[in-house]
Each structure stands twice: as structure tokens, then as C-alpha cells.
Design a protein around this ligand. Structure first.
Ligand SMILES: C[S@@+](CC[C@H](N)C(=O)[O-])C[C@H]1O[C@@H](n2cnc3c(N)ncnc32)[C@H](O)[C@@H]1O
Length: 316
């Protein structure tokens, strides 16, 4: 029996609103200032199975129409995180965040970070350096915004380091709760052998969205993904006691989003634990194995950067 209320139409009583169809139709239903976080990875106009490649000017115009509406539905203390990569035109790269930034700027939003998401795997280029990062543009609507830094701190590099002179001599010099994770995030992307991989060609890793959900929302807030794919943003939101709303135009992905959320509720969805460091062959065999998540029960484990600090054995 499911305790979670999943609805295919806009419903204030739902925990997860999964609209199968065009996001423009869902947006018509969402009241002003309803969501605390918009987090998404829109189509990049690169001819993936779910998109038709169009002129770049038309693509930017289409994005603008959706962004205007996303800003309307965003709470005054809320954030928008637009995760985006490159558009490739006749082997020339056009960084989409550079084209999209002016839209947000014109709407009066404030850019707080341009987060660089780096990862180890991708296509091997032969006529330029292989691309190994994308960006997340994090904007807030106002200057009075939610930012829960303590919930996403990572361990200090030198946790016991102390002031060696001055009035605080002998006291810990770093925050004992951990350090700020910075604006460069090293999180594996979801490729073929990733535990979270579905049939979607470019899904978010859950931990990427978890960081944004934990830092930019509070429990009970609504998290909106206008281009939801297989529901990764919804999973990250629901794990941490937030509510999720999103749209996906392709039936199979929308179905998978609901299935993954159900699996999570039953404790059957396997994800890469966020406290697991990036794979390094030197430490083969001692990595934390994938975990089965359970909604609302995960708590926030610290994020380990240092290798070899954990005891659990496990496969890659
Ligand atoms: C880059 S993928 C997002 C993947 C997602 N982050 C995940 O973790 O699964 C973009 C998604 O937007 C969907 N999409 C494209 N146009 C859409 C529209 N107008 N309304 C709703 N979804 C759309 C595509 O089918 C695709 O699944």
C-alpha cells in the first residue's frame, strides 16, 4: 500500500505531481510563487531522441518562454538551478549557459553561483579536448533567499587544524561541521554502469539534486522540474521530505518517474551514496556499495571527499 499521494494533475494534497505532457500546460495550473526550487536540465537542442534540433535563436526563445513562467511560480525566497551544457554546431561548441544567462538577468534574477559539475566519463574528442564538465546556473529571485549551508557541508581537509597564534590560539580553525563544498562539484555522471541508470540518455545523478534540495529548500517545500525525465529531481526532493512537481513529455520516461518513486517508497530504489568518493582504481574494493533509499528516512550523512576513511567493503 502506498502512503505517498502521486497525482497526474495539479493537486495541493499530492506529494508528487507527475504531469505527463508539455510543461507549458502544467505551468498554466501552478499558482504564482508556489515552488521554492526550480531545478532542471532542459533539452540542449543537440538532437537527442526526445528533441528536434532547431535554430539556436528559436531554441533560446523557447527556453525564455518557459523561464518567464518558472520565475512567476517561484517563491520570493526561492531559487532556480538551470543545469546546462554545450550546443554543438558544425563541430563548434556554443556554451548554452552564456546564451541563457541574459534571459534570467533581464528578468531581474540574481546569479549566486555558476557551479561547475565535473565528471570523469563522456565522448572522446579527437579535434578538441574531451568535454568533462557542465554547469549549473543558480539564481535567486531576491536577496532574501534560503541557503542551508550546514546541511551540505563536507569534511574539512585537515579536521583537527588549530590556530597557532593570536587570541584564538589552540582553537579549531575550521568549522567542526565541515567546509563549504565550493562551486566545483565532482559527481559521476550517469553512464552505462552507474547504479541509477535507466533507459534515459541523460539523467541527473540523485546526489547532484540532493545537494540543491538540501541547501535551497526546507522540509515541506515544493521542488519543480519542468523537464523531469525519469524523475530524479522528484526522488531527491521526496527523500528529504519535500514535495515534487514536474512535467515530462515522453510517456515512457514519465512512467519510469512514477515507478522509481514507488520503488523508493518501498525501499527498492538503489542509488549511489553521496558519501562515496569518486572512483579511484587505487582504492578498488573498499568503496561504499549502492544503497537502497527510503523516502524520508535517509537523514543527511556527511559528504566524504577524503579517500579510505570508511570501513565498508563493496563493489564498484
Ligand atoms: C535532459 S532531459 C532531463 C533528464 C532529467 N534531469 C532526469 O534526471 O531524468 C530533458 C527532458 O525534457 C523532456 N522534454 C522536452 N520538451 C519537453 C516539454 N516541452 N515539456 C516537458 N518535457 C519535455 C525530454 O523528453 C527529456 O526527457
Amino acid at each position: 500500500m502506498s502512503n505517498l499521494c502521486i497525482s497526474s494533475v495539479f493537486d495541493l494534497k499530492a506529494d508528487f505531481i507527475n504531469h505527463e505532457g508539455d510543461v507549458k500546460d502544467l505551468l498554466k495550473e501552478i499558482p504564482d510563487e508556489f515552488v521554492k526550487l526550480v531545478v532542471t536540465s532542459p533539452p540542449y537542442n543537440i538532437g537527442k531522441t526526445y528533441e528536434k534540433k532547431i535554430k539556436i535563436e528559436d531554441y533560446v526563445k523557447q527556453q525564455e518562454e518557459i523561464i518567464i513562467e518558472c520565475v512567476r511560480v517561484l517563491d520570493k525566497s526561492g531559487s532556480i538551478c538551470w543545469q546546462i551544457g554545450n550546443f554543438i554546431n558544425k563541430s563548434e561548441i556554443i556554451p548554452l549557459d552564456i546564451l541563457i544567462f541574459p534571459i534570467f538577468h533581464k528578468l531581474g534574477l540574481h546569479l549566486r553561483n555558476r557551479i561547475v559539475w565535473q565528471f570523469g566519463h563522456g565522448l572522446h574528442a579527437s579535434k578538441r579536448f574531451s568535454g568533462r564538465y557542465e554547469v549549473i546556473l543558480w539564481f535567486t529571485k531576491t536577496n532574501d533567499y534560503v541557503f542551508n549551508l550546514d546541511s551540505i557541508r563536507i569534511p574539512q581537509k585537515y579536521p583537527g587544524k588549530k590556530y597557532f597564534k593570536g587570541p584564538r590560539k589552540g582553537e579549531l580553525s575550521g568549522n567542526p561541521l565541515g567546509k563549504n563544498p565550493s562551486d566545483i562539484w565532482d559527481i559521476p555522471n550517469v553512464k552505462a554502469n552507474h547504479v541509477e541508470k535507466t533507459t534515459h540518455p541523460c539523467q541527473f545523478p540523485v546526489e547532484l539534486v540532493e545537494r540543491l534540495v538540501l541547501s535551497l529548500t526546507n522540509p515541506g517545500d515544493w521542488v519543480f522540474d519542468p523537464f523531469m525525465g525519469v524523475g530524479t529531481s522528484a526522488i531527491a526532493a521526496l527523500i528529504h521530505g519535500r514535495k515534487a512537481i514536474g512535467a515530462e513529455i515522453i510517456h515512457e520516461y514519465s512512467r519510469l518517474a512514477t515507478k522509481r518513486v514507488h520503488d523508493a517508497e518501498l525501499g527498492k530504489l538503489r542509488i549511489r551514496p553521496k558519501e562515496r568518493p569518486v572512483y579511484d582504481p587505487k582504492y578498488k574494493g573498499i568503496y561504499l556499495p549502492p544503497i537502497n533509499i527510503q523516502l524520508n528516512k535517509s537523514g543527511q550523512a556527511p559528504l566524504f571527499e577524503k579517500r579510505g576513511v570508511y570501513k565498508t567493503g563493496g563493489k564498484k
